[in-house]
Design a protein around this ligand. Sequence first.
Ligand code: LLP
Length: 414
Amino acid sequence: MDYFLYKDGELQAEDCAVAQLAQTYGTPLYLYSRATLERHWHAFDNAVANHPHLICYAVKANSNLAVLNVLARLGSGFDIVSGGELARVIEAGGDPKKVVFSGVGKTVSEMEMALELGIYCFNVESAAELEQLNLVALRLGKVAPVSLRVNPDVDAGTHPYISTGLKENKFGIAMEEAEAIFLRAHELAGLEVKGADCHIGSQLTEIQPFLDAMDRMLGLIDRLAEKGVSISHLDVGGGLGVTYDDEVPPQPSDYASALLERLAGRELKLIFEPGRAIAANAGIFVTQVLYLKQNSEKNFALVDGAMNDLIRPSLYSAWQNIIAVNPRQGDTLNYDIVGPVCETGDFLGKDRSLVLESGDLLAVRSSGAYGFTMSSNYNSRPRAAEVMVDGSAHYLVREREKIAQLWQGEQLLP
Ligand code: LLP
């Protein structure tokens, strides 16, 4: 459920008219709903209320400072994958003691920064990274809290680019090697083994792959206990899917109760790293129709937003619903909604049945996750503005990039 609904034939973002916001802030524009973000975060938190847990929102989904700050105020933890994301969390008022650091390629300076800030845990993804982290921690006179990301080799049944739990993926440590690497971590003076983690993919719409992964992780945790390595938390990663079209993903409450059933009698603290499930449907991308154009094959709506702003359709053939901000009466046509970028792959949607005139505003739904964070300046297009609505109030949370910012840091030859 989100708070982008029609009222009197006009799309609203909470209690604000989207057309009015587009006029105030211009297009293309990302619009986020605070109430939706909070609702989704609480859905996770309440789902595991009676069991020790930490919700670590995956910053990569949407790292705008205002988004992070709204979640930090709820007491959220954060899952980060770079020093840049860590700095954003701190800047937004997040608590470093609730940060888990994922990612296959952490640099020495990122390790130092995270150790100095005292993060909750490093999710280590290889034996080589483990050795490096140990050295960095010893040099700083610290002990690094670690979890090992294990690859449980389950098929998440999702898009190959966003499925991460299979052996062929670069992520995590193979289950067969995990025990030995845990024992090694246990031995190293600069490390303290805290947890075990996995993340099998994104946009999962079934519970079963999560349960298969959990069974394998619990088996590993039991084998480690026999060898004297005790694990105090299990981080199950992110990956819970959302409704873009007609998918019916499990609710956080169904997902959490299925996991908790498996945990019965164990003390193990549960960590979740949801990104999409919190942010995707808390945002829309608003774009204006510049021109309508027909040829013998197709009707095109050329809009002012493009693949540089929202790359999911081009990159993954992802389908996101595109709706009119002020729907018109009349005969619908099938339109390809395309942007100004010079690539055939520059589209936001294909074959969308709409009644359009130039100047109309369109909203691409479910754009709050992996929208702005994946945007670029391709074709020297300034990045879009971001606005957060909160009831009838609205706040510019990132100004539209200015043309001169496009070459900031560039130099002419002498
Ligand atoms: N934890 C780890 C270690 C991850 O790699 C990810 C996402 C998450 C948590 C959050 O997963 P979520 O709850 O959002 O599914 N750009 C793609 C999605 C890439 C996901 C990468 N990892 C997309 O637009 O669909």
